[in-house]
Ligand binder design. Structure first.
Ligand code: FEO
Length: 408
């Protein structure tokens, strides 16, 4: 838990969450931070909050205490996004302070009633509405629907140029008191960039079109600092995370990095033999490669890998006339997250019958993924030398296709 100063009159209260599945679903091996912000003008506002998990609201109150802020002095609670990872603490807050005003969008107000039966003292704001806290801290609001829920908005403090962006421009990864890009080493920035990609693919990726619209809106604002609800604050180079998000949103449409993800699973080591062979031949190619095994690795890890890859190799056996089930499940999820138009190659072992291809085609069609596949290689049982030669040819063709696609 940290209290840090973002800018004049603006403070961050940050709580790390670890050892949970985020949204009850996503593995977060490096944790995630929940960031709240205090803006102190003549009046005090808190922007976003934390979840209601055991001890988390109490931690937030302890951080307020460190700042010598009496919770009862908080006049405004600005809810950029109503998802309970940011709003769950409200019920605890109401137990110690009942006289505060909520500022949020109309959609968030509906959700507040649905989740917490809260309907009082709510001011609904729209694009360019203003709240003056005094001492120059004039707040402007912009709706950015579907980044991540339909209720979402961002808040800009005109005095400091701080953009409180909630889920937008966020990332996974627990933070320390050096929670600012200007206080981090390049290695640490690289770490948080990887965590941002994984976060984007897992949480925001399905909403890449709304992300692009949100970025356009934010670019019209005089942003000097990007202060998201998760991850680090971008104070030295706020444009970096905006540019990164612009790239991540574009990756949804198919052309990503000059990189291949090998997603594979194996029952008795037959498909694994082919994967081991691919590892040897692809390391001689001049291309970045990432390798993920299912089901040993989670959906979130697979999504984080493929999001940045233009090429994908799927290696899995047929299982009872269909595709190896964990691969089918993860591919369905990639479709839901709109990982579209990748260049791909499938290979794998079968026993008494094929069937993986049929299910792959069904998923591609159902999720409208539009992946371009080169011819697959299937082998009965263990791959023969001839099968491996074919696989080598196809992998080289895929590498060529990926390079041409990225450099076109
Ligand atoms: Fe961090 Fe969509 O909540």
């Amino acid at each position: 838990m940290n209290v840090t100063t973002v800018a004049d009159g603006v403070y961050q209260l940050s709580v790390n969450i670890e050892n949970i599945l985020f949204e009850g679903l996503w593995e977060i091996p490096n944790g995630v931070s929940l960031n709240s912000y205090i803006i102190k003008g003549e009046k005090t506002a808190i922007v976003d909050g934390v979840c209601d998990w055991d001890g988390v609201p109490e931690t937030l109150f302890a951080l307020l205490d460190k700042l010598e802020i009496d919770p009862k002095s908080i006049e405004y609670l600005i809810i950029n996004h109503m998802e309970p990872d940011h709003s769950g603490w409200i019920e605890d807050f109401k137990k110690i302070h009942s006289d505060f005003k909520i500022i949020c969008t109309g959609k968030a107000a509906e959700l507040l009633e649905g989740f917490y039966d809260h309907t009082e003292n709510i001011t609904i704001v729209k694009d360019d509405d203003i709240l003056d806290l005094g001492n120059g801290h004039v707040l402007t609001f912009k709706e950015i629907p579907n980044v991540h829920w339909p209720d979402t908005m961002v808040t800009l403090d005109q005095k400091t140029g701080t953009l409180f962006s909630c889920d937008a421009f966020g990332g996974f990864g627990s933070v320390t008191s050096s929670n600012y890009d200007d206080a981090l080493t390049q290695d640490e920035i690289d770490f948080y960039e990887k965590e941002a990609v994984r976060y984007y693919a897992n949480i925001v990726g399905a909403f890449s079109m709304p992300v692009e619209k949100a970025i356009q809106k934010c670019q019209d604002l005089p942003v000097k600092i990007v202060a998201p609800g998760h991850g680090i604050v971008w104070r030295e180079n706020p444009q970096k995370i905006i540019d990164d998000y612009t790239r991540y949103a574009a990756y949804s449409k198919g052309i990503a990095k000059e990189r291949i993800s090998i997603i594979w699973g194996s029952m008795y080591g037959m498909t694994e033999k082919a994967v081991n062979f691919i590892k040897k031949i692809i390391e001689k190619e001049d291309i970045e490669v990432d390798i993920v095994r299912v089901p040993e690795s989670s959906w979130g890890t697979v999504l984080g890998s493929v999001w940045e890859s233009t090429g994908i190799i799927l290696a899995m056996p047929t299982y009872e006339y269909k595709m190896f089930p964990p691969m089918a499940a993860v591919l369905d999820e990639l479709g839901k997250k709109k990982v579209t138009k990748r260049k791909a190659f499938r290979l794998g072992s079968y026993g008494w019958s094929g069937g993986a291809q049929r299910e792959l085609d069904e998923i591609m069609t159902k999720q409208r993924m539009n992946w371009e596949f080169i011819d697959p290689v299937e082998f009965k049982g263990s791959p023969s030398q001839e099968d491996l030669k074919q696989i080598e040819n196809q992998v080289k063709e895929l590498v060529k296709l990926v390079k041409e696609t990225v450099n076109q």
